[in-house]
Ligand binder design. Structure first.
Ligand code: EPZ
Length: 420
């Protein structure tokens, strides 16, 4: 397992370009199963999660070709049963359930399983598919779904923590080929879900209310192939913005979409970080002392849970008390214990982390746990005095393309060390 060795204390300076959004590309790749014609998808990030999804599509019988950041998928013939071990490895794979059901009227997908940030139930996914007429059973670690024909229906998809992104994706992808009209209430409004809806529309799906909590889908008989470019990754953008602020440098982030980051930009400005929008670029610098801020994660357009850990690092550097409350996942504070190894002073009180900031961090070996916690540990290593070794960096490779190379180009002293 590879590690990063980081020597902290250097401000990041220069330009970085962000890639396509992982969390848009994954459901969009699943949506290619809805047609027998080829789909060409551009600006796909080079990530292990993407490679996994491609292997899953191939295990279902689709042809997949990579050409740099462009992937062509043709699901001319399809099997309804995916590779159990492949599918259970990646949570995002659950979003092949809807398209398989819509295309084949049957699907057998392994339960995605929980992960370190929470139980990750799929009850809302199944509620939505059942509302469209599918019979769904869970047996032997598999979700087995079948239907004679999906029929449009009205379904409320809000859960105890608000909407479900991939749950909305699954029901949306099933509804586009259902008989009649489907109305999804409390649909997720995340930009990645909106991107999926635009992709489906480019295949001939009839969807209205895109970007709103109410999606109305008029089923069609079949969808055709398409060419599509994935939106920029807003979470990668936010991660480099916070890295610039934390190290006290000045970084211009190119290829971004600042319109997807209002909550993050607002919070950074509240923390006394300078953020300037220049079209599809953001320039971030921190000429003045940071101010402590409170953060509560919410469904879009609120502060994204996927930026919570990175923001916590910034607050460990800020004199004063910051309260960071996680409202989306029940245990998304795995990074707290590791940040404490670097000298951070953070107390957990239920869904909140109370950060007593302003102490300087000092380097130490730390363990990555989940994707965004890993990013937070890298950011902490960039500012900690001395050397930080971030182990199990494979977590990071799932969602950040060439993070070490991008940071090196910004002046960071970071090396990837092959695992033993
Ligand atoms: C997506 O996960 C993202 N992953 C996550 O990003 C992101 O954190 C999350 O949305 C929230 O924005 C991908 O898109 C691949 P949810 P998803 O269903 O769809 C509860 C990252 O770091 N819930 O929106 O699985 C659930 O437990 C990853 O890139 C139910 O109760 O998340 C959670 O509390 C991490 N029942 C809340 O809803 C369900 O059936 C939101 O989960 C489904 C979800």
């Amino acid at each position: 397992m590879d590690s990063f060795i980081i020597t902290g204390g250097r401000p990041l300076e220069g330009e970085v370009t962000v890639g396509g959004a992982k969390n848009a590309a994954l459901p969009i790749l699943a949506a290619t199963l809805l047609t027998s014609e080829p789909c060409v998808i551009r600006r796909v990030p080079n990530l292990s999660d993407i490679k996994f999804m491609a292997m899953i599509l191939e295990s279902l019988g689709a042809e997949v070709q990579f050409d740099g950041a462009t992937i062509t998928v043709r699901a001319k013939t399809l099997r309804g049963v995916g590779d159990y071990d492949l599918i259970r490895k990646m949570r995002g794979s659950i979003c092949i359930l809807g398209p398989l059901l819509a295309r084949l009227h049957e699907a057998c997908v392994s339960m995605p399983g929980g992960c370190i940030i929470g139980a990750r139930p799929i009850d809302l996914h199944l509620k939505g598919l059942r509302a469209l007429g599918a019979s769904v059973m869970i047996e032997g670690g598999y979700v087995r779904a079948e239907c004679s024909q999906l029929v449009g229906s009205e379904v409320f998809l809000g859960g105890r923590c608000g909407p479900t992104v991939l749950g909305t994706a699954n029901v949306l992808m099933a509804a586009v080929l259902a008989d009649g009209i489907t109305i999804i209430e409390s649909a997720a409004c995340e930009p990645e879900l909106t991107d999926l809806a635009h992709f489906l529309s480019s295949m001939g799906a009839k969807i209205s209310g895109i970007g709103s909590p109410t999606l109305t889908i008029t089923g069609v008989r079949e969808l055709h192939g398409t060419e599509y470019e994935v939106i920029p990754d807003r979470i990668e953008t936010a991660t480099y913005a916070i890295a610039a602020a934390a190290t006290g440098g000045e970084v211009t982030i190119r290829g971004a979409n600042p319109n997807h980051l209002h909550a993050v930009i607002d919070k950074l400005k509240e923390a006394n970080v300078r953020v300037e929008r220049r079209g599809v670029a953001l320039t971030v610098r921190r000429p003045d002392p940071l101010r402590s801020v409170d953060v509560t994660t919410q469904p879009y357009a609120g502060f994204p849970t996927d930026v919570q850990a990175q923001m916590m690092v910034l607050m460990t550097l800020t004199p004063g008390i910051s309260i960071i409350t996680e409202r989306i996942f029940e245990s998304r504070f795995m990074h707290v214990g590791e940040l404490a190894r670097l000298g951070a002073d953070i107390a957990l009180e239920g869904p909140s982390a109370i950060v007593k900031g302003g102490k300087s961090l000092s380097g130490a070996p730390v363990m990555a746990s989940d994707l965004r916690a890993s990013a937070a540990l890298v950011l902490a290593g960039l500012v900690a005095g001395g050397q930080t070794q971030v182990n199990r960096i494979y977590h990071l490779d799932r969602g950040y393309e060439s993070m070490d190379l991008k940071l090196q180009r910004l002046g960071a002293r970071i090396e990837r060390v092959p695992g033993t």
